[in-house]
Design a protein around this ligand. Structure first.
Ligand SMILES: CC(C)(COP(=O)(O)OP(=O)(O)OC[C@H]1O[C@@H](n2cnc3c(N)ncnc32)[C@H](O)[C@@H]1OP(=O)(O)O)[C@@H](O)C(=O)NCCC(=O)NCCS
Length: 326
């Protein structure tokens, strides 16, 4: 059975935080951020907004574009790195918000690779005949886990949500997927406290242990290599070559990571979809938002072959090679 993406949606909070705004908060500069990351702006959700709010809005658009009703969705996977709560799952909260009452729902945690893990899982769930229409949501309010006193991390992340509906398709679809993990790098990018290892306490709050911590240099090196390797692996798995690929949609973390990997691949830079200058790193939302924007701009046409490729906390990575069906 062929399984493909039949609808996408994205939703971004209105409030824009520029590099110049950040200059007023931490010791940084617009020049440094643009030169070292490629990011100029990011979105920030209001205080009363959580990930499921953004995710539900993106999901509604994706389901509408798929030509389905909310009752047609029988599986929801949410891949947020900034879930509403430990439990219940953000997927269940999104299910309730959109009224998808016939859906099974669960969260999947794979850091910024979450959307790729979600698409891979959903495609398998449909291919086995267990489910018919799956919704995969990457929704993040990372600003609530950002240490606004840490210039190493606070300039990087942004809030937003993207969603995709997967279903059986007549042509194309997901041609190949690869997933990987290396838990040996678990401490390179983490949110240390709040779980069973470091339960919340006055000390953990005082020491900023509920915020994102990252070894930027190590993550950078890992990211460049794994982007290159993952693209090569998924293309080979589909028995194709890089010349067959129309677009690469990489996780949007840092323009230098993307440029270095693309250079190593010798892939045409103009066929790489990049929007991180506007939104920063939106973790699991980065790839679906970039995909949705490329589709809305008419860049992706029926028959185009695209590689979506992600990497993130875990460490995790993954790629989907999709021939566009619509
Ligand atoms: C975080 C990152 C942008 C840092 O860029 P870098 O070029 O490696 O910079 P370094 O960490 O080597 O720091 C260089 C200097 O800039 C400083 N610096 C860090 N952040 C800064 C900021 N926002 N503004 C100004 N200076 C900053 C550092 O303190 C350091 O100063 P020092 O030399 O006096 O110690 C980069 O490592 C990166 O993008 N890593 C990957 C992050 C990522 O993608 N994470 C998500 C994965 S899903």
């Amino acid at each position: 059975m062929r399984v493909g993406i039949i609808g996408t949606g994205s939703y971004l909070p209105d409030s824009i935080l520029s590099n110049f705004d950040l200059e007023k908060i931490v010791n940084t500069s617009n020049e440094w951020i643009v030169e070292r990351t490629g990011i100029s702006y990011r979105r920030k959700a209001d205080d009363d907004v959580c990930s499921s709010d953004l995710g539900a809005e993106a999901a509604k658009i994706a389901i509408d574009r798929a030509g389905l009703s909310f009752e047609d969705i029988d599986l929801i996977i949410s891949a947020s790195s900034s879930p509403d709560k430990f439990f219940p799952s953000t997927a269940c909260i999104i299910q309730s918000k959109i009224g998808a009452k016939n859906a099974a729902a669960f969260d999947l945690q794979a850091g910024c690779s979450g959307f790729i893990y979600g698409v891979t899982t959903a495609a398998q769930c449909i291919a086995t005949g267990q489910f018919r229409n799956a919704l995969v949501v990457g929704a993040e309010v990372l600003s609530k886990f950002t240490d606004w006193e840490d210039r190493n991390t606070c300039v990087l992340f942004g809030d937003g949500a993207g969603a995709a509906v997967l279903s059986q398709v007549e042509s194309g679809g997901v041609l190949a997927s690869i997933l990987g993990a290396d838990g040996g790098g678990a401490d390179l990018l983490e949110l240390p406290a709040g779980g069973t290892k470091e339960p919340a306490s006055f000390e953990t709050v005082k020491n900023h242990r509920h915020y994102i911590k990252m070894n930027g240099n190590e993550v950078f090196k890992f990211a460049v290599k794994i982007l290159e390797d993952s693209v090569k692996k998924v293309v080979a798995k589909a028995d194709l070559t890089l010349e067959d690929i129309n677009y690469i949609i990489p996780h949007q973390a840092n323009i230098r990571i993307i440029d270095a990997a693309v250079k190593r691949l010798k892939f045409p830079r103009e066929q790489v979809i990049v929007n991180l200058d506007k939104y920063g790193n939106m973790s699991s939302a980065s790839i679906p938002v970039a995909l949705d924007e490329a589709l809305n701009a008419g860049r992706i046409q029926k028959g185009d072959k695209i590689v979506m490729v992600g990497f993130g906390a875990g460490l995790t990575w993954g790629a989907n090679l999709i021939e566009w069906s619509l």
